[in-house]
Design a protein around this ligand. Sequence first.
Ligand code: SF4
Length: 85
Amino acid sequence: MAYVIGQACIGEKRGECVPVCPVDCIHPTPDEAGYASAEQLYINPDECIDCEACKDACPVNAISHEEFLTVDLQRFIEINAAFYR
Ligand code: SF4
C-alpha cells in the first residue's frame, strides 16, 4: 500500500512534499531532469512507507492513501506506479 499523488498536482508541482518524505520516494524533484516536462509529481509505491507526511505537507490536497481514493482518482495508482517503470 502507498500514498498516491492525484489530479490536483497536475500543473501545480509545488513540491512541498519532496523534502518531508523520509525515504525520498517522490519524484521528479525540482533539481532532477524531467521536472519541467512532468505533468505532476509521483510517489514510488515500492518505496513509500505510508508515513503520511506528504499528505499533510501538500498545499493543494493532492495526496491520499490509495485505499481512500475516490473512484475517479483510482487511475492515479497506476499513473504513479508507471512513472517508476
Ligand atoms: Fe514519502 Fe511518507 Fe508520503 Fe510515502 S507517505 S510518499 S513515505 S512522505
